[in-house]
Write a protein that binds this ligand. Structure first.
Ligand code: UD1
Length: 426
């Protein structure tokens, strides 16, 4: 449990770590290399530990030294991932593309539902089939084979019904070692997709158009080693920008790529947050004493990110007037509403739309994190509230934030983690 003292006043600089979503995809893409790779700026989070376990279970050797990972992919021992590992984290399914491209076979269990929605993988499967793979689902396991044993996938023209981040990444990775040209249409344009493409290019892949709606990949025979640094995490940066806003404080963030945060910065400025410095690698944010409500609709990049919706809602609970928050990316990603209401927020929920009516104050309360970004939103609300907030469900927070408590403490916040065994003694 995390005890958060409210009415925090923050100041200073916060270092932003490597992007979680880039790291997970790039780690999977290491399977494409016949040598292995060195990754730098890897965040210390539980999701990275889960991906390390998955790669290790495939026979890959990994050495960690601080934020650097050496991943030796010369030999892949097996092509099957166990359900126990996949069920911990949806992104583990993303190994299916590189495994199939490199080995000609991949058997990965369906990731199943998760707290924020059903999250099917039909777009990944249909794309791989279009590239000539035999894919069927047998007792919950996606079994994918190239037509000839150990054979290669074939380049194809694939249109995605929805610009899914994971499907774009799976198919882009698979296409790097396919025979011929693959054209992916209506793809995701997220910065993490671009980072993955840059990583694959550093290994020798031929990829054009990442960051636009169409990506073209010319398959090559093999990919080689590289030494690659992951981009800064735009969602961690956005979360700390809201920490400055909600506590009416001034915080400097770096490294950060402000261009990745255009929609978030625009919405923060609309409610009255000041961005007092914007440099290519740095942002300085100043909170205000009065905020106006605004409307938010989550969309694929460059729209407002679903991964910032919960944190933004925490700020809107304290912004004057009505704000309408519409979640369009995931069908069940508003579970933090009930918890924010426990802290005194005024929010009405109808389907995927939340109407937030600003209140003058939140009050500390026991709350439960239901997913990763919900947990961040509750930490933010706790920093602003009167009194103490007790946040449970910290496994969600630990999945994706690298030392968030320490970073907030360094800015002046008062947070204490209490272990369950200590709680029992109390
Ligand atoms: C990634 C991010 C996650 C982010 C999300 C949207 C990682 C590890 N995670 O997740 O943090 O919130 O993008 O920006 O990068 N869908 C289908 N069929 C498919 C694939 C997806 O219907 O085959 C649907 C999903 O159910 C969801 C929507 O498409 O409703 C978006 O999902 P997607 O972009 O694939 O998200 P992820 O890659 O899982």
């Amino acid at each position: 449990m995390l005890k958060i003292s409210g009415r925090a006043q923050l100041s200073g600089h916060v270092p932003i770590g490597g992007a979680k979503n880039s790291t997970l995809a790039v780690m999977a893409a290491c399977l494409l290399s016949s040598d292995g790779c060195r990754l730098r700026n890897v965040p210390a989070i539980d999701d990275v530990d889960s991906m390390v376990q998955i790669l290790t279970s495939l026979g890959i050797k990994i050495k960690a030294d601080g934020s650097t990972l050496d991943i030796d992919t010369k030999h892949i021992g097996q092509s099957y991932v166990s359900y126990d590992l996949v069920s911990q984290m949806r992104a583990s399914f993303f190994v299916i593309g590189p495994l199939l491209a490199r080995m000609g076979v991949a058997r990965v269990p369906l990731p199943g539902g998760c707290a924020i929605g059903a999250r099917p993988v039909d777009l990944h499967v249909r794309g791989l089939q279009a590239m000539g793979a035999d894919v069927h689902i047998d007792r919950g396991v996606v079994q994918a084979y190239t037509r000839q044993p150990g054979g290669r996938l074939k380049g194809a023209k694939i249109y995605l019904d929805y610009p899914s981040v994971g499907a774009t990444e799976t198919l882009m990775m698979a296409a790097t070692l396919a025979d011929g040209e693959t054209i992916l249409e209506n793809v995701a344009q997220e910065p993490e997709v671009v980072d993955l493409a840059n990583f694959c290019r550093a290994m020798g892949a031929k990829i054009r158009g990442a960051g636009t709606k169409t990506i073209t990949i010319d398959g090559v025979q093999r990919l080689h080693t590289t030494d690659y640094s992951i981009i800064p995490d735009r969602i961690e940066a956005g979360t700390f920008m809201i920490a400055a806003a909600i506590t009416k404080s001034i915080i400097t963030l770096s490294p950060v790529i402000p261009d990745h945060l255009i929609a978030v910065i625009a919405k923060l400025q609309e409610v009255g947050v000041r961005v007092i410095e914007e440099a290519p690698n740095r942002l300085r944010v100043e909170g205000n004493h009065h905020y106006r409500g605004t409307d938010i609709e989550t969309l694929p990049y460059p729209g407002f990110p679903t991964d910032m919706q919960a944190q933004m809602m925490a700020l809107l609970t304290l912004s004057e007037g009505n704000s309408v928050v519409k979640e369009t990316v995931f069908e069940n990603r508003l579970q933090h509403v009930a918890e924010l209401c426990r802290m005194g927020a005024n929010i009405r929920l109808k389907g995927n739309i939340a109407v937030v009516t600003g209140v003058p104050n939140l009050s500390g309360a026991p709350v439960m994190a239901t997913d990763l970004r919900a947990s961040a939103a509750l930490v933010l609300a706790g920093l602003a509230a009167e009194g103490e907030t007790q946040l449970r469900g910290l496994q969600h927070l630990d999945r994706g934030y690298d030392q968030i408590e320490q970073k907030l403490r360094n800015l002046g916040a008062n947070l204490t983690r209490v272990s369950e065994s200590t709680l029992e003694q109390i």
